[in-house]
Write a protein that binds this ligand. Sequence first.
Ligand code: ASP
Length: 411
Amino acid sequence: MKSKNLLLYCILAGIVLGGICGWVFGKKMLAVDWIGELFLDSLKMLVIPLVFSSMIVGISGLGDIRKVGKTGLMTLLYYTATTGIAVFIGLVLVNIINPGLGLEMTAEIPEHVQGKEPAGLTDIFRSFVTPNLVNSMANMDILPIIVFALLFGGVLTTLGEKGQLVISFFDGVNEAIMKIVDLVLYFAPIGIFALISSKLGAAGGGEAFLAELMKIGKYSMTVILAILIHGLLVLPSILYFVTRRNPLVYAKNVSEALTTAFSTASSSATLPVTIECAEQNNKVSRRASLFVLPLGATVNMDGTALYEAVAAIFIAQMAGVTLGFTGQATIFLTATLAAIGAAGIPEAGLVTMILVLQSVGLPLEGIGMLLAIDWFLDRWRTTLNVWGDSVGAAVIDTLEQKYVEGGSNGN
Ligand code: ASP
């Protein structure tokens, strides 16, 4: 436990020092960029085998297909409900603060958003299945891998002895990967330092960053305030009332995952650490964390959903478009869906925002206004995404024990 605390302090020191160095030395800090990338890649390297083995072990731990169905349904309900609350908070705040009023829209449609305009609802559904599993693995396209692993694990549980053999193979794979996560985490303080300092450096250092932030300062403040309300009030209350766990202790135990999320801006890359924190530190049952967390890293994004809703209204305000109840309700729905469709990678939310803007006919140029500062807000929303998943693991664990009863393989 002591060494865990020490690691945490070193990670926190990494964040603070990274911020200071990036602020003061600016572009010079790009020299340590490769160290950050090395850390990020070592985490990403583990994601595919981890997702695959986790889903199989998680599913088989839940027991028969009816239990899987019930737990799956509870998980989806939890995800949808909390994402809905997050979007609602975002909408209320942006309508009170009105960050876009009086601002002029001067940007153009950003390049990486161009050419992706036809993205729509059907694309989200289509992304559930892949014609080529290997291709999806190579592209870290996690959603179809989860769907496949769910089917695969589900079928294995029906195959008797032969199936058990394969399940215990993947159980071993899973434990081995988690051991590697332990090792990679020792590297986290330096990796996180490098990621933060080089990113702030790339933005031109403290002063340049502050100048960009100030241009849309009210908007950034609205996003961060909404994230704080959801992350510090709503989610902890749900955690406490459903599981009776102390939210402060729970949060401290997932702080390695939260800091990794903040520095990598990727819920997928953070997933190995999120699972480690839930299982090892918070003692969430293995079957719950292995089932709930990989799913959450791809579909449960409270921060992203909230952000997309705030951004859409912000753009409407800048464009002088007044959205009535129907318009806001459309944004509520599409932001929730767009967050489900967003991949757990940096700035994925910017691209899925097209769906939200198009649903109410807002100009895509608005995304250009958010671009310069998105790398920063991305970190906040990713941290909330991971926090939402972590709370979800404990909540589903409790609900599963209460209403579905323990499966065969969990501990
Ligand atoms: N970076 C976010 C994540 O990985 C997704 C986004 O909002 O861009 O969770």
